[in-house]
Design a protein around this ligand. Structure first.
Ligand code: GLA
Length: 396
C-alpha cells in the first residue's frame, strides 16, 4: 500500500490530469543493489546483484490514431514528444536519451509502432548508485515489447538497455544493472556470469543480518565521473595481457602471476586496476559459497576487502564514502561495509546485525553530519521481482 500511495497513485493522477484519460497499463521497473562484484561486469567476472523495492512506475496508454509519443518525467517536471516514424537522435535532455537509445534499436521495418502517452515517476534516488538509468531503459524496452508484441526475450531487453546507455547516454557500462532490473526475483540474489550471461538464483537469507544502504548524498553521473576512464585503463591492461598470453579465453582466467609478469609493460595504473579486478572476481565466487553456507562473518570480511580494493586500487571511492565505511566498521554488529555500484559517490552497503541496525544508523548519521555537514539517508530495501506489468494488481 505504501508503494501505491508514494508512487503508483501520484503517477496515475498525473497521467489523468495531463492526458485527460485513464492509463491502460502500469509497469514497475526496479533499481538494484549489488552484494559484491563491482566493476567486474565488463571484465568477464561474476556479480551478485538483486532487484529492490524501489521502482520507476510507468503509466501508459497506446494511441493507435497518431504517431507521436509523449513522455512526461513527473519528478523532473519535464516533457518530451517524438514522432515514432522518424529516426531518433540523442537529445539535450539526458533522461530522454535512455529512452531514445532503446527506441532507436527497435525502429525496424517489421516493428510497427504507433503513438503513446506515458508518465513516469520514481522512488529510486538518482545518482545514488541504485541504477535508476537501467530501470528507465529496460522499463521502456519492456513496455514496447508488451504493447507491440516484439517477441524480445528478457536477455534481449537487458542487452538493449545496456546498448542504449553506450550509444545515447555515452556511458560504457557493463550488463549487471540491466540484468538485475529485468531478471530480479523476490528474496533471491542473482549470481550472474557476465561472460556467458548464465545465471542462477540464491536464497537471500541473511540469518539475522540485514543489508542497509547509507546514501552519502554525493551525487554522481557516470558520464562525468571517471567510469569511462576506468574502462579505458582496464582495456589497456587487457590488451597487454592478451598480447603476452593469447591462449587465455576469458579475462578471469588470467592469474595473478601472469599479471605480475606484464606489470612493467602494462604501467602502474592499468596494473592496479587489473589487480583489483582479478581479486574481486575471486571474491565473488567465494562470497556465493559463503552465502549458501550462511557464513555471514566471512561475507562481511569480503565486502570490506572489496571496499579497500575499490578505494586504493580501482580508485572509485571518495572521502565521504571512505568515512562512512570506516566508521560503520567501528560499530558493534557491523560485519562488513563497502561502496556500492560504479562509485564516485552514492551509497555504501552495510551488513549489519538486525538488532544493532538502529543504533548504528543513529551513530553514523550523527558523525557524518558533524564531519561533512550532510544529512545521510538510509534505505532498508527488500529484494524484489524484476520488471513487471502491474495493471491488474492496481486498484486505486
Ligand atoms: C555501474 C555500471 C555497471 C557496473 C557498476 C560497477 O553501475 O552501470 O555496469 O559496472 O557500475 O560494478
Amino acid at each position: 500500500m505504501v508503494m501505491h500511495e508514494q508512487l503508483i497513485n501520484p503517477t496515475v493522477e498525473k497521467f489523468k490530469n495531463e492526458f485527460k484519460s485513464e492509463p491502460e497499463h502500469i509497469f514497475l521497473s526496479p533499481g538494484r543493489i549489488n552484494i559484491i562484484g563491482e566493476h567486474v561486469d565488463y571484465s568477464d567476472g561474476f556479480v551478485l546483484p538483486a532487484a529492490i523495492d524501489k521502482y520507476i512506475c510507468f503509466a501508459v496508454r497506446k494511441l493507435p490514431q497518431t504517431h507521436f509519443c509523449t513522455i512526461i518525467a513527473k519528478d523532473l517536471g519535464e516533457e518530451y514528444t517524438f514522432d515514432v516514424t522518424m529516426e531518433v537522435k540523442p537529445d539535450q535532455q539526458m533522461w530522454m536519451n535512455y529512452i531514445l537509445g532503446v527506441f532507436s534499436q527497435l525502429q525496424k521495418p517489421e516493428n510497427r509502432f504507433c503513438g503513446m502517452e506515458i508518465v513516469f515517476s520514481s522512488t529510486i534516488p538518482m545518482g545514488a548508485g541504485l541504477s535508476s538509468s537501467a530501470a528507465l531503459e529496460c522499463g521502456f524496452a519492456y513496455i514496447l515489447n508488451e504493447l507491440f508484441d516484439l517477441q524480445l526475450s528478457k536477455k534481449e531487453i537487458a542487452v538493449i538497455g545496456q546498448k542504449s546507455e553506450h550509444t545515447f547516454a555515452g556511458v560504457k557500462c557493463g550488463i549487471m544493472d540491466q540484468f538485475a532490473s529485468v531478471f530480479g526475483k523476490e528474496d533471491k540474489v542473482i549470481m550472474l556470469d557476465c561472460h556467458s550471461l548464465e545465471h542462477q538464483y540464491f536464497d537471500a537469507d541473511l540469518k539475522g543480518y540485514s543489508l542497509l544502504l547509507f546514501d552519502s548524498c554525493v551525487k554522481h553521473s557516470h558520464l562525468t565521473s571517471g567510469y569511462n576512464d576506468r574502462r579505458k585503463d582496464v582495456e589497456h591492461g587487457k590488451k597487454v595481457l592478451w598480447k603476452n598470453f593469447p591462449e587465455i579465453e576469458k579475462f578471469r582466467d588470467f592469474t595473478l602471476a601472469m599479471l605480475e609478469h606484464v606489470k612493467e609493460e602494462m604501467g602502474s595504473i592499468s596494473y592496479k586496476r587489473c589487480l583489483y579486478l582479478l581479486k574481486e572476481i575471486q571474491r565473488v565466487e567465494i562470497a556465493a559459497k559463503t552465502i549458501s553456507e550462511g557464513n555471514m562473518e566471512y561475507l562481511g570480511t569480503l565486502l570490506t576487502e572489496t571496499h579497500a580494493g575499490l578505494s586504493a586500487e580501482f580508485e572509485v571511492s571518495c572521502n565521504e564514502l571512505d568515512f562512512l565505511v570506516k566508521n560503520a566498521l567501528r560499530q558493534e554488529g557491523v560485519l562488513g561495509a563497502r561502496i556500492m555500484g560504479g562509485g564516485f559517490g552514492g551509497c555504501s552497503i552495510n551488513l549489519i546485525r538486525e538488532n544493532k541496525a538502529e543504533e548504528v544508523i543513529g551513530t553514523i548519521s550523527e558523525k557524518y553530519l558533524e564531519h561533512f555537514n550532510i544529512r545521510m539517508k538510509v534505505y532498508q530495501v527488500k529484494i524484489s521481482d524484476g520488471i513487471k506489468e502491474y495493471t491488474n494488481e492496481y486498484i486505486i
